[in-house]
Ligand binder design. Sequence first.
Ligand SMILES: [Zn+2]
Length: 89
Amino acid sequence: MAKISTCSSGKKLYLSEALAEEALLGAHVQFDFAQGTGPIAVYRCDDCGYFHLTSQGLINTKLKDFLASGDYKRLRQAAAWTSKLKHKY
Ligand SMILES: [Zn+2]
């Protein structure tokens, strides 16, 4: 059994699919990924048995709904504003 919190893939692991999806949505709020880049789905790892994010495959349905929602645009704007302040001069 792999030691908790590490995986030979070197990827960050999530203890549940729900936590991974939360992180997936959060990543899209935090970073403005160009089309076709960034994580789009979560998967269970054969190696560690936990969940990772991936940029491969089909887009996660929760992420898809989230990106199409007004919530996303609002959070995204707030995040962009915060990062602007952080990097100001
Ligand atoms: Zn793993």
